[in-house]
Design a protein around this ligand. Structure first.
Ligand code: URP
Ligand code: ZN
Length: 461
């Protein structure tokens, strides 16, 4: 019997706090030893010399097979997690959407049917709460104990949004029960007014998606949600911040000492409102909410990632084929909201964050992995490289130079919003619980091997 199942040898190991040269010994899916030279007594040796070894990426904002606007996002738990694995991500947290009239138990069961036996990486599940009644209220402590510790509420979208009273009561109940609330912050009434105005003027093109959802509508909703969290005396996590208007609200609350946290996504750092003006309905590729913003927001968002105003870079991966986007050919408001991004996240953040000097290597690890693990109750099982942690690792070659193009990606969709983006650095080996699941951008793992992650209490960071 060999000492180790696998040794990842000679890499530069990077965690949230340290960078050091070490071999990583893996046994039974866990990291069992680390040292300068662990020898070669292993079933498998992964050569990581001249490469970084990062904790596997964690993307806590995905939408697999999500119903939206009369269709479903095109990646399911199999295709979406294969894409994630190829891009260096070893865990996701996906949003189970509470359909009207359904209990939380039914909501969870629907998502477990979508995910169990299909995902190739480990997965947690958030609850997107759309309806709060007595029964649902009573289920909250129960489902938190079962490992569903995070609840998102939409402040916009007909059919999914909750009112301020529901938001407040949920903030109080979830916090009392040891969980964490999240919000999608956009002001519903502003959007309704502007959308109807543009449509009545015959303005139907994708650019009007962005113009009907101004940054101030996001900032107003973020500020309101923060105030409700203060009143509830509860922590709050604001998803996909796109602009200064919402980030300044988080910054102010954090300066005052309130437990407000937030994420952004690569699209708000690298793409802009200008993309909506691409000809031939190409602008529909970028229809997502919140929308892409004026480029002047980019430095503000980068700064917020660097200075910990925002703790996480997720993707909001929610792909639709162009044929699905065409549901809104004659009306921007009918274009399904969402875009792909799960596979390129790690490489984009390394190239445009680390190599450009905007964030350092340890901050890269914090925002792509460790902080999501801490906030969403997976740490230190996930999100770090430490003895006893799951052996979820990504060997990353900083010298690979390539250009992103749809054909190299595994997302089940016919475009990438990052087509033509230059990359410096790419994952070469992805390891999940001690198994190599992707090598040189190709999936080599077993189908359906992913396990549900039973998550525990949130850490406020
Ligand atoms: O455009 C987006 N973000 N689509 C997914 C639905 C949501 O807003 O979470
Ligand atoms: Zn989302």
């Amino acid at each position: 019997m060999k000492t180790f199942d696998m040794i990842v040898k000679g890499g530069n190991v990077v965690t949230a706090s340290d960078t050091f040269k070490a071999d990583i010994g893996i046994k039974d899916g866990k990291i069992s030893e680390m040292g300068l030279d662990l020898g070669k007594d292993a079933e498998e040796i992964v050569d990581a010399s001249d490469k970084y070894v990062f904790p596997g990426g964690i993307d806590p904002h995905t939408h697999m097979n999500m119903p939206f606007g009369g269709t479903f996002s095109s990646d399911d738990f199999k295709t979406g997690t294969i894409a994630a694995a190829c891009g260096g991500t070893t865990s996701i947290v996906d949003f189970s959407i509470q359909a009207k009239g359904k209990s939380l138990k039914q909501t969870i069961n629907t998502w477990r049917e979508k995910s169990d036996g299909k995902a190739v990486i480990d997965y947690g599940i958030h609850i997107a709460l759309t309806e709060l009644n007595e029964k649902v209220m009573n289920e909250i402590p129960e489902v938190i104990k079962q490992g569903y510790q995070s609840f998102k509420m939409y402040m916009t979208y007909d059919g999914m949004r909750v009112d301020d009273g529901t938001l407040l009561r949920t903030l109080i109940k979830v916090n009392e029960s040891g969980g964490l609330c999240c919000v999608h912050a956009e002001n519903y009434y502003v959007i309704e007014y502007l959308k109807n105005k543009f449509l009545s003027e015959g303005k139907i093109e994708p650019i009007y998606h962005a113009l009907s959802r101004p940054d101030l509508a996001e900032g107003e909703a973020a500020g309101r949600a923060i105030k409700l969290a203060k009143i509830a005396n509860a922590p709050l996590y604001i998803v996909h911040n796109s602009c200064e208007a919402s980030i300044s609200e988080i910054a102010k609350a954090r300066e005052e000492g309130y437990p407000i946290m937030g994420e952004t996504c690569p699209q708000y750092l690298l793409l802009s409102e200008d993309n909506y003006r691409e000809p031939n309905f190409n602008g529909a590729k970028y229809v997502m909410s919140p929308p892409l913003r004026d480029k002047k927001n980019w430095p503000v968002v980068w700064k917020a990632i660097k200075d910990n105003t925002l703790q996480v870079v997720a993707t909001d991966h929610c792909p639709f084929f162009m044929s699905q986007k065409e549901l809104g050919k004659d009306c921007f408001a009918s274009i399904p909201n969402g875009a792909p991004g799960i596979e390129a996240r790690m490489a984009l953040m390394y190239t445009y964050g680390v190599t450009s000097g905007k964030i350092d290597l340890n901050r890269f690890v914090q925002v792509t992995s460790t902080n999501a693990a801490k906030i969403y109750g997976m740490y230190p099982q996930k999100g770090t490289i430490a003895i006893g942690s799951d052996a979820d690792l990504v060997v990353f070659d900083p010298n690979i130079e390539t250009t992103l193009t749809k054909s190299m990606l595994h997302e089940n969709v016919d475009y990438t919003p990052y087509e033509g983006f230059k990359l410096k650095g790419y994952p070469t080996v992805t390891i999940s619980r001690g198994n190599i699941i992707a090598r040189d951008g190709q999936f080599v793992g077993e189908e359906g091997r992913g396990k549900f992650i039973k998550r525990t209490s949130p850490q406020i960071i």
